[in-house]
Design a protein around this ligand. Structure first.
Ligand SMILES: CC(C)(COP(=O)(O)OP(=O)(O)OC[C@H]1O[C@@H](n2cnc3c(N)ncnc32)[C@H](O)[C@@H]1OP(=O)(O)O)[C@@H](O)C(=O)NCCC(=O)NCCS
Length: 379
């Protein structure tokens, strides 16, 4: 029997609480507030034979690109009760997302996977990197050129938001957070979250919950707008490391720490990858900002969002029309990466992951420019 997807109603709350409790909370209960959709969030229920068999949430977010904000559906809380698993319910939910969310205005989606290989089967791909840096405090640099640091509670988030907004525009894939988004963040640890601002007006910030004495200090979030702001954060981390060592934090792939301070004893890994999937190819392309002009045809292979298009662009705009042949052919997953910029179209083509006529490729590469891709939201 086919799986149908429908909107969530109040009558689903008790059932949803039970499913999410098993899936994500080790059987511990959820409060009514935790089950109700939060601001900018919508839940959906999968039904088979009129019975609920799965559910997921869609967060209304953005994915930045070239300073623009692409409407992005953040898929979360995908859950199927154990007795209904391995019968294609999640697959049906993912297919529904791929087909329906573009009609709801989302040109792209993002998610954190329990298994990247599982979602890859449905056209999702990892884009960009989250570089986790674990550094003994003795290896953190000392510098005279640092900004004064002010310590606040999480409630001072409006001052951090200015830094975040500028930071978000510098990367692809970032969520332009609303005030409500900031306000709902940090959940249960909000009361214990410290917010450090570097400079006035701030050029950097770091948020953290203090680790136990002498244990590793994890920085839950940090961002900067200047090299001096970043150095100031490193000086703060060094100070925190006096009795909480080492310090662990995340940077994007164009990490200023790796560019200037990598040293023996520093551990670096790629962690918590975020996956994206374009739902609407022409609409997603329209968010790119060309600085030159060009033209090419492209085929994107996908059961839902696939097609063949001619793309003509110049600094005044982009026109995407249907085409009957393609000079460039790629999977939707690799197209999604090229759209965001990491890995870039030129990297993908060099690795044989996009088949392309060399002249058309040159034209496409000028539009799909390389760009570091990052996401600081966990949803
Ligand atoms: C992850 C989860 C949502 C998957 O739901 P599901 O409905 O079982 O998913 P599907 O049936 O579409 O596919 C799941 C797997 O079962 C396989 N499968 C599907 N039908 C099958 C069948 N009849 N027989 C055997 N295997 C089957 C699929 O190929 C897939 O396997 P793979 O990942 O090893 O390739 C579910 O296991 C769950 O709720 N887990 C706990 C919460 C969680 O981790 N959520 C994901 C957050 S990102």
């Amino acid at each position: 029997m086919a799986v149908e997807i429908r909107e969530f109603t109040d009558a689903d709350e008790e059932w949803a609480a039970g499913v999410w409790s098993i899936a994500f909370r080790d059987g511990l209960p959820l409060t009514k507030e935790e089950v109700e959709p939060a601001f900018g969030e919508e839940h959906f229920v999968a039904e088979r034979d009129g019975r609920p068999v799965g559910l997921f949430s869609v967060h209304s977010m953005t994915a930045t690109r070239d300073g623009n904000a692409i409407p992005c559906a953040g898929i979360a809380s995908v859950a199927v009760p154990p007795e209904e698993r391995r019968s294609g319910v999640a697959e049906a939910m993912m297919n529904w997302c791929a087909n329906e969310l573009r009609h709801r205005g989302f040109a792209i989606g993002s998610l954190y996977a329990f298994s990247e290989a599982y979602y890859r089967k449905f056209g999702w791909e990892c884009a960009g990197h989250r570089v986790s840096i674990t550094c003994p405090s003795s290896k953190l640099p000392e510098s005279d050129d640092v900004l004064p640091i002010a310590r606040h509670s999480y409630d001072a988030w409006p001052q951090a938001k200015t830094v975040y907004d500028a930071f978000a525009k510098r990367y692809s894939g970032m969520n332009c957070r609303s005030d409500e988004g900031w306000d709902k963040m940090r959940g249960k640890s909000r009361d214990r979250t410290l917010l450090f601002l570097a400079g006035d007006p701030p050029e950097a910030y770091a948020m953290l919950v203090l680790a136990p004495w002498r244990e590793k200090q994890f920085i839950s979030e940090c961002a900067w707008t200047t090299a001096r702001g970043h150095r100031s954060l490193l000086a703060l981390f060094r100070a925190l490391g006096v009795n909480r060592d080492p310090i662990e934090w995340y940077e994007p792939s164009d990490s200023p720490f790796l560019a200037s301070f990598l040293d023996y004893g520093v551990e670096v890994s790629l962690t918590r990858p975020v996956m994206y999937r374009v739902f609407d190819v022409p609409k997603a392309i329209s968010y790119l900002r060309p600085t030159t002009s060009g033209e090419f045809t492209i085929r994107v292979a996908d059961s839902f969002a696939g097609g063949t298009w001619r793309v003509k662009y110049d600094p005044a705009g982009i026109v995407v029309t249907q085409a009957d042949h393609a000079e460039i052919t790629m999977s939707l997953g690799h197209f999604t990466q090229a759209l965001l910029g990491e890995p870039s179209l030129s990297d993908l083509a060099r690795q044989g992951l996009a088949e392309a006529d060399p002249v058309a490729l040159q034209s496409a590469v000028r539009l799909f420019t390389p760009h570091p891709t990052y996401c600081m939201d966990f949803f």
